[in-house]
Design a protein. Structure first.
Length: 116
């Protein structure tokens, strides 16, 4: 069972228990939120329309907020003795997908998927 969610203007294919690094979310660390579901499938059924995805729930928990890698920018103008150095670090959140509920069915555990 998987779902495609939209977070921060980007789309991600997710399964239960997966960790993602996304753009900073306006949610405190440890809090749970429900991202927008774009598509979902349980192997037999696929929900791809807006009406069909209303029955799909994805629960995600924000594990931490962090800064991304530093990007150094340098501008230079030839023959002017002019140069400028700048830097940028994007604000990011690490989220964990806790559950995917599709048509009333919850995501099976990893032991059930492996047949153990």
């Amino acid at each position: 069972m998987f779902a495609v969610i939209a977070v921060g203007g980007k789309q991600y294919r997710v399964i239960k228990g997966e960790y993602l690094v996304v753009d900073r979310q306006a949610v405190e660390e440890g809090a749970t939120f429900s991202p927008v579901v774009v598509l979902a499938s349980d192997g037999k059924q696929t929900a791809a329309t807006e009406d069909a995805c209303k029955g799909v729930q994805v629960s995600a928990r924000v594990r931490e907020h962090k800064l991304g890698p530093k990007i150094n920018i340098r501008t230079y103008k030839a023959k002017k003795s002019s140069s400028r150095r700048m830097g940028y670090r994007s604000r990011q959140s690490v989220i964990e997908i806790e559950s995917i509920t599709f048509a009333g069915k919850s995501t099976p555990s990893k032991e059930a998927e492996n047949g153990a």
